[in-house]
Design a protein around this ligand. Structure first.
Ligand code: NAP
Length: 279
């Protein structure tokens, strides 16, 4: 039987501590503010943005939303980012993805000032993470590392296998694990013999986006299993990338979906906004 890593509880703890930091900032006349840009309408994004707004309200961070029409041009989007970069009352800027196909999201992320890049997507922050300098770390990987730390799960010297190589999860979490001296392997859709590779892992991070991708026969007894996936199954229920029911008895620690990595992502965003404000 595995220990279930309670991301919801841990995220609440982090938020409570951040609330105290924000109170102190406010007492000194500084009000942290997060600006969120959303382009067009996307049901999942609306839920994510609502959750971020709620978390800001709870902690005392001001939240300003920019709901842009899907017809916005690249220049208009970049101008909006430039304006937010210059505004002294805005400490963090977040561009909610996805955005419509006619826009270049990479150029937009790159335009967000590294100092206000609370999502950690700007190449300056990505580069700093790679060379081990203090940076804004993208929120999901940062949340995963906080969970490992909170549960005293050793990382140094361990064999970690990350499934997925996206810029927002797979690559940065691999880098974070490497920075903590794990031996890291990254798997992706072209990886051969993935089952054998994952089976060697002391720590598995699944960020694939496919329900029940990680099955019991891929998991070594006693492995730590971090499930990043957020998928809907046939019944419309929220499920991760791991076949939780069958993997849990083999794992030493495992994150549930929901209530695992998801809440930590929002908590670390709040953490990054407070950090940006202090800086
Ligand atoms: P993504 O950009 O779609 O990346 C998926 C990765 O999985 C890619 O690197 C892809 O490989 C790899 N992959 C796909 N099929 C595979 C296969 N059969 N074998 C091995 N690798 C395979 O997704 P993402 O943005 O990283 O997100 C991953 C999941 O995490 C999604 O379910 C997403 O909703 C969830 N998510 C959750 C949070 C949270 O807060 N909990 C945050 C972000 C994302 P290639 O590179 O070769 O295509």
């Amino acid at each position: 039987m595995a220990t279930i890593i309670n991301g919801k509880e841990l995220a609440q703890e982090i938020r409570t501590n951040l609330k105290k930091d924000v109170e102190e900032l406010r007492n000194n006349g500084i009000i942290p503010k997060l600006a969120v840009i959303m382009v067009g309408s996307d049901k999942a994004s609306e839920v994510y943005v609502r959750n971020k707004s709620k978390a800001c309200n709870e902690i005392g961070i001001e939240f300003e939303e920019f709901l842009e029409d899907s017809s916005i041009t690249q220049k208009e989007l970049l101008d909006l980012i430039d304006n937010l970069n210059e505004r002294e009352d805005v400490h963090g800027i977040l561009l909610q993805s996805p955005i419509p196909d006619h826009l270049n999201i990479r150029e937009a992320f790159n335009r967000i000032s590294a100092k206000k890049d609370v999502d950690g997507f700007n190449p300056i922050n990505v580069g700093k993470l790679v060379i081990g300098e203090d940076a804004f770390i993208s929120c999901t990987p940062y949340g995963i590392m906080k969970m490992l730390e909170a549960y005293n799960i050793p990382v140094e010297g361990k064999r970690a296998v990350v499934i997925g190589r996206s810029n927002i999860v797979g690559k940065p979490v691999s880098q974070c694990l490497l920075n903590k001296n794990a031996t890291v392997t990254i798997c992706h859709s072209k990886t051969e013999n993935i089952k054998e590779i994952v089976k060697e892992a002391d720590i598995i991070v699944a960020a694939v986006g496919k329900p029940k991708f990680v099955t019991e026969d891929m998991v070594k007894k006693g492995a730590v299993v971090i499930d990043v996936g957020i998928n809907r199954n046939e019944d419309g229920k929220l499920v991760g990338d791991v076949d939780f029911e069958h993997v849990e008895p083999k794992a030493s620690y495992i994150t549930p979906v929901p209530g695992g990595v998801g809440p930590m992502t929002v908590a670390m965003l709040m953490n990054n906004v407070v950090k940006a404000t202090k800086q």
